[in-house]
Write a protein that binds this ligand. Structure first.
Ligand SMILES: [Zn+2]
Ligand SMILES: [Zn+2]
Length: 181
């Protein structure tokens, strides 16, 4: 395991959220309605309060480009941004256990607005990445036509493609190129 379990879950969850909003028009926005959001939250196992209204949807949608930025910032500005996210949310780290998850950290209460909790959870996870000197694990998909963000949790840091099938597509393309030549 590269990071603590809750950190890895939070990083994957943040990447999944960012990737619902494909940058550069490379795909469909898959977080357009309140029911899209419910599906996403259930898939990702998000606990805590949900308003279920359009304000919440808009706030979560607006969070996506801000989280995407975390993948691209250099270390110093990244650190500033992470500290800002925590300060803005009035974060207070607490060890909690719920739903048999084992001890993990919540830095804002479960009643805090969803977008705030998502931002803080991502920030706390990124802090682990910075502290461990593992920023090179935060990547962008290596496929030419895909800007999805990638969290490389592999032992040998070999992951290059996002989870939406780019790796397979590249393999097929490479295979065809070989056959053609
Ligand atoms: Zn929790
Ligand atoms: Zn991709």
């Amino acid at each position: 395991m590269t990071f603590a379990h809750d950190t890895e879950v939070a990083l994957s969850s943040a990447a999944a959220l960012v990737n619902t909003d494909p940058a550069g028009g490379s795909g469909e926005d898959s977080l357009r309605s309140r029911s899209d959001l419910v599906r996403f939250l259930d898939e990702m196992g998000w606990s805590g309060a949900r308003a279920g209204d359009d304000v919440e949807l808009d706030d979560v949608r607006a969070l996506r480009p801000r989280l995407r930025e975390l993948w691209h910032l250099e270390e110093a500005p990244l650190v500033r941004t992470l500290n800002e996210i925590l300060a803005d949310a009035g974060a207070l780290p607490q060890l909690v256990d719920h739903d048999d998850l084992g001890w993990h950290i919540h830095a804002v209460p479960q009643e805090a607005p969803l977008a705030t909790r998502m931002a803080v959870e991502a920030a706390m996870a990124f802090i682990d990445v910075v502290r461990s000197g593992e920023l090179d694990r935060l990547k962008t998909c290596a496929a030419d036509d895909c800007e999805d963000v990638v969290v490389d949790l592999s032992r040998n840091r070999s992951r290059r493609f996002c989870e939406s099938g780019c790796g397979n597509r590249e393999n097929v393309r490479a295979y065809r190129d070989r056959r053609r030549s």
